[in-house]
Ligand binder design. Structure first.
Ligand code: RB5
Length: 146
């Protein structure tokens, strides 16, 4: 199950991504926003990321104006590895090397077609494990102050 959410800066791109995911057979849970009104992006990051930590969802997509604020908020939640992606190569590599469980996009930065290609690259690449797992373990150690 893919969790997805956006603030007002990411509202339109989020809706395009939701449509693409549904059209392509992905199970999703849309945490909103459902109408274009101003909200605080940490609140959206919180509900999406907590659904991943609880096990309700297994990965997440977050969209704000730049993708930056919502990624900063998401990365404050233990167990979340959120990557801002503005290009297809980074989206593929953040799955293959960082095993990012969340990607974030900027609705005011990335066009609709590129945004969907970014999501597709992240969804269809596989984590490579090995030395990359060792590095993720070190990130987890940092998170746990070890
Ligand atoms: C909202 O105006 C904007 O600040 C937010 O969407 C995001 O870009 C923050 O990083």
């Amino acid at each position: 199950m893919i969790a997805i959410g956006a603030d007002h800066g990411g509202f339109e791109l989020k809706n395009k991504i939701v449509k693409w995911l549904l059209d392509n057979g992905y199970d999703i849970k849309d945490f909103g926003i459902y109408e274009n009104k101003s909200v605080d992006y940490p609140d959206i990051a919180e509900v999406v990321c907590k659904s991943i930590i609880s096990g309700e969802c297994d990965r997440g997509i977050l969209v704000c104006g730049t993708g930056i604020g919502i990624s900063i908020a998401a990365n404050k939640i233990k167990g979340i590895r959120a990557a801002v992606c503005g290009d297809i190569y980074s989206a593929a590599m953040t799955k293959r090397h960082n095993n990012a469980n969340v990607i974030t996009l900027g609705g005011r930065v990335v066009g609709e077609d590129v945004g969907i290609e970014i999501v597709k690259a992240w969804l269809t690449n596989e984590f490579e494990g090995g030395r990359h797992q060792n590095r993720i373990d070190k990130i987890t150690n940092l998170e746990n102050n070890r």
